[in-house]
Design a protein. Structure first.
Lengths: 324, 507
């Protein structure tokens, strides 16, 4: 069979699939490429995830129009939020979010972003956080960590992604709860943070599993404690902070949202699209491999989840002095 | 020996018909994407990433899709030089410094020499980088790891030092130009504090910062076009071009004069490339600066010195191979393009990291083998197409000027799909034209906007680390010597300048 023949059959197939899809009276169909805003820079956890979703949509032929990813990493997500809010065509603008979806509108009220106006398409996963140190630090338990970090005072340096983001929140918590005075240095992406710890430029980090996995496998980085409710299947020997007696867990939402003003029909379409992405074998495999948690969530429950997260982050950021 | 055997095996896999076919296809696609103003390797790779799943479903493993993407990357690095030389618009951000000498050479009827030099220098740069990659990957990964924030900042300082030599003899104007670039580089959101800066008139477009390509196309596309119109007001000019095979052979012979630039570019580019900072663009710019700085004939740079083409072209190819190193061994991208490749690797089910070479030899070695193969394909394809590109130059400027204008508009829009960028680009072009009339060098401003966003956070992260103590740049074993050399390079011309002033006053 020649390539053109294959292509022709493929095209006919694609037309038939889209044909049958529209005949089931779908009220909304994208009629141009869908802008897929990524709230973070290229190469980070959110970016990889977004490109995987794009690939799954493409591979399984889930959408008649392609997703077009654009990275808008400026200002801890502020750039992405503004551009989604001002989207000229909200029905063709979706965004993959992190927790800056909650923290940035709180920290910068001047942006006038109300995150509950975004369309709740679907939460694809919740990412977890662990505390990492270099193997040469000689630290193997969380208790040793606290001792060393306390002794080092401000000489102990923690790296993380951005100001007042997830990593900063966990660092502040550790400082307050355990009487530490670790220094926090913000970087552009989690991959860079993990590299700085592996290169012994920083003392510790609170990377997501996916960001530190390469260095974990090589033995350079050691996880000490997980900020989750239960132990992670990928790290069965790493205790949770809860087990150690502190009632604290922290997750990052990995959700796809629609631009404010998206029509209900479009929301239905995208929810259906990402339900299919979530159910795909590739997504499930990725979730397991990268140690992602959380089930699919959309619509009203997702909005409730956002409200709860907004309330929680207000408390956290107020305690750290980032907002009044 | 083990390495050589693995490499030979890898090359054999890369030469299998399907992989060879994909490499040829990738190189040709990359060459044209790169030659198109505005579009560079990052666009080519990102657009075709989903297509690799089709390849994967046919061939099975992750090797063939990666060979395809790497070939696009390679091809684009070669292609970027083409519009830089023939039209004066940088084909990609990595090829900006190629316009400095490429355009003057084309205008003086030596386009064939410039294009051939670009192709051959790219080939040499790519080959040297491949050899270093093959032989010393684990060692180089350790070097990349040992570069913390102060080290990267020291390196950026050194790059700034080479600027001083870029602006001609008027040092105050050069410094002024650098400052404009640095100010423009701070527009957008600050990483360290998370606060917005210089968002003029609350326009959202400024929140992502002023993109380098917008500035580059504005300055070299629109600005250069206006300049040519202004200088050729009386009568239309037509560039004399010889497209015969004889001229190409003659040009290949001419390449021997570009030896120095090629070598500087190859090694410097590779080294900058392996540092997870920004990849090939700063590498190419620094190579140009160093080639000029160390040249006996500095004044000929910017007027058509073939070394001024060879250095950045060798550097952007070797830097792009170099940038693969932190991507594969550390899991962090050294350039925007490798960020997309990294996403691809994860999607294909590979885990980049220090163990990739041990755990996935079946992926790594054929890929490295394909670097060698793609490099050979790219130089052959490029040389074959040169007469076509030369032929374009035969168009009179009255036809070429509108084409440059349209390509600048389309190219800017295609790069980020943002209309704001297009208006900004035109404004920048007009501003650059007037700066040039007032005899201000614009190249230093362009360079400052590339390096500023890398240098600034590194400076501040270092100072956070040291509680504001600047000695951190002098006391660390790697950062210390680099900082010292940089400072000497910065002050040398200043001392010379002051000395000249004094002697001038005496006489």
């Amino acid at each position: 069979m020649t390539f053109t023949k294959q292509l022709f059959i493929g095209l006919v197939g694609a037309i038939m699939v889209t044909g049958t899809m529209s005949s089931v009276a779908v009220a909304f169909e994208p009629d141009k490429p869908i802008e897929f805003i990524i709230m973070a820079g290229k190469g980070g956890g959110a970016d990889k995830m977004a490109r995987l979703m794009q690939a799954i949509v493409e591979k399984e032929n889930l959408s008649s129009r392609p997703l077009f990813p654009t990275n808008k990493s400026g200002g801890s997500g502020a750039e992405a939020l503004i551009s989604a809010k001002n989207a000229s065509d909200p029905d063709h603008t979706i965004m993959v979010t992190l927790n800056s979806f909650f923290t940035t509108p709180l920290r910068q009220p001047g942006l006038q972003i109300d995150n509950t106006t975004f369309a709740p398409i679907g939460r694809m996963a919740e990412d977890s956080f662990l505390l990492w140190v270099h193997k040469d630090s000689g630290i193997t338990t969380f208790e040793q960590y606290l001792e060393t970090a306390k002794a080092d005072g401000t000489k102990w340096v923690m790296g993380g992604t951005g100001r007042a983001g997830e990593d900063n929140i966990i660092t502040n918590y550790l400082n307050n709860e355990f009487g530490l005075s670790m220094k926090y240095i913000p970087y552009q992406g989690g991959g860079e943070v993990a590299k700085q710890v592996a290169g012994k430029q920083l003392n510790s980090s609170v990377n997501n599993p996916s960001e530190a996995l390469g260095f974990y496998e090589s033995g350079d980085l050691i996880p000490l404690v997980a900020f989750t409710d239960e132990r992670l299947p990928l790290f069965p020997d790493v205790p949770t902070l809860k087990e150690l007696g502190n009632d604290f867990s922290y997750f990052m939402q990995r959700a796809v949202v629609g631009a404010p003003g998206m029509s209900d029909d479009a929301l239905v379409y995208y929810t259906d699209l990402f339900t299919k992405v979530y159910a795909s074998a590739d997504w499930q495999e990725y979730k397991t491999k990268q140690s992602l948690m959380g089930d699919f969530m959309s619509g009203a429950p997702l909005k409730e989840y956002w409200n709860a997260q907004n309330a929680r982050h207000t408390v956290i950021l107020r305690a750290s002095g980032d907002i009044k | 020996m083990d390495i050589l055997i693995s490499l030979l095996d890898g090359i054999m896999v890369a030469l299998q018909p399907i992989n060879l076919g994909l490499a040829v296809l990738g190189v040709v696609v990359g060459l044209f994407v790169g030659a198109m103003p505005g579009l560079g390797s990052v666009n080519g790779v990102a657009i075709l990433l989903p297509f690799t799943f089709v390849i994967q479903s046919i061939t099975g493993g992750a090797t063939s899709p990666m060979i395809f993407l790497a070939a696009i990357y390679y091809g684009a690095m070669y292609g970027g030089a083409i519009s830089s030389i023939t039209l004066g618009i940088p084909g990609a951000s990595t090829a900006v410094s190629t316009t400095f000498d490429g355009r003057p050479m084309a205008l003086s009827g030596r386009a064939h020499i410039a294009l051939v030099a670009a192709a051959l220098a790219s080939f040499v740069g790519g080959t040297i980088a491949n050899v270093m990659f093959t032989g010393f990957a684990p060692l180089l990964a350790a070097v990349a790891l040992s570069f913390g924030d102060p080290e990267v900042f020291a390196l950026m300082l050194m790059a700034f030092a080479t600027f001083i030599g870029l602006g001609g003899d008027d040092i105050p104007k050069t410094i002024f130009s650098i400052c404009i670039g640095l100010v423009l580089a701070t527009v957008g959101f600050d990483i360290v504090s998370g606060e917005p800066r210089l968002i003029f008139f609350d326009i959202t477009g400024f929140s992502h910062g002023i993109r380098f390509l917008v500035l580059a196309i504005g300055v070299y596309g629109i600005g250069e076009m206006l300049w040519t119109i202004n200088t050729n007001r009386h009568g239309t000019s037509m560039t004399q071009v010889d497209v015969s095979a004889r001229s190409i052979i003659e040009a290949i012979k001419e390449f021997r004069h570009a030896k120095r630039g090629t070598l500087i570019g190859s090694f410097l580019g590779f080294f900058v490339g392996i540092l997870p900072a920004a990849g090939a663009t700063p590498g190419a710019l620094m190579a140009y600066g160093v080639a000029k700085l160390t040249s006996k004939d500095q004044s000929s740079f910017g007027k058509g010195n073939v070394n001024g083409i060879a250095a950045p072209e060798a550097a952007n190819n070797s830097a792009s191979t170099g940038a693969m190193l932190p991507m594969m061994t550390l899991g962090i991208p050294g350039s925007p393009t490798t960020a997309v490749l990294l996403a691809g690797m994860v999607i294909w089910g590979l885990q980049p990291g220090p163990l990739l070479f041990t755990n996935q030899p079946d992926f790594v070695w054929p890929l490295i083998g394909s670097f060698y193969v793609s490099n050979v394909i790219a130089v052959l394809v490029n040389l074959a197409f040169i007469p076509v590109f030369l032929w374009m130059l035969r168009m009179p400027f009255t036809i070429l000027a509108p084409m440059i204008f349209v390509l600048s508009l389309v190219g800017t829009y295609a790069a980020y799909l943002d209309m704001f960028d297009v208006s900004l680009m035109v404004l920048v072009g007009i501003a650059a034209f007037f700066l040039r009339i007032l005899d201000y060098p614009v190249a230093p401003a362009v360079l400052a906007i590339v390096l500023g966003p890398i240098a600034e956070p590194k400076l501040r992260q270092s100072l956070l680390f040291s509680d504001g103590d600047f000695s951190i740049f002098f006391t660390r074993p790697i950062a210390g010597p680099i900082t010292m050399i940089a400072l000497i390079l910065i002050f040398l011309p200043l001392i010379k300048f002051v000395k000249n002033k004094i002697t001038a006053k005496k006489t």
